[in-house]
Design a protein around this ligand. Sequence first.
Ligand code: PLP
Length: 233
Amino acid sequence: MLADNLAIVQKNIEQACLKAGRDPKEVTLVAVSKTKPVEMLQEAYDAGARVFGENKVQEIMDKYDRLPSDIQWHMIGHLQRNKVKYIIDKVAMIHSVDSVRLAQTIEQEAAKKDLCMPVLIEVNVAEEESKFGLKTSEVLPFIEEIASYPHLKVMGLMTIAPFVSDPEENREVFRKLRKLSVDIREKNINNITMSVLSMGMTNDYQIAAEEGSTMVRVGTGIFGERDYSIKEE
Ligand SMILES: *Cc1c(COP(=O)(O)O)cnc(C)c1O
């Protein structure tokens, strides 16, 4: 069943790409496995998933040793600075950098492990009160400030679009993020690639793929609804 879900999501991404004249290979599917047990992650792995998204440090630590080592773990949730040290050598990418202080901590912890951490800047495109992330206008100065950090590599931008009943409503949000990434790429800032656009979730990943997403983060569409009643969220 989980394998079927995965196949459906992949097929939908392909179709969205073809519709938009894009190569489906440009879009990485991040299987968002938060709150789900390792058995389900293993099932997704067996069906071909290799990139998993989690939003809690503790959960990454619990799952990390119990699953195959060729999994790429992506930290997609809000990250507290005092927890960076626990995941710095476990995750392949951090999607949620939204402050200079957090970037500094990642820089320091990555330096200790002698590695270079790929990161995305989280942008609150729709400027929702309830969400983390920089305003669109803050992103360029922010990137200019952290571009010189040697143990951190800014690969692109990430956004969590508003919850809407019709995913079409988010098309404009995705367009804005794409435009911002193109504008920043044109500045040719050293050490900044802007090759990744992490946007699109279960409700709107097809629209996001049509609008240039290179990473869609799909949880419910693969693993089913999450049950938060059994766990503190
Ligand atoms: C939970 C989560 C997702 C996946 O959400 P679904 O609607 O279940 O696909 C994607 N991105 C982030 C940052 C999340 O926290």
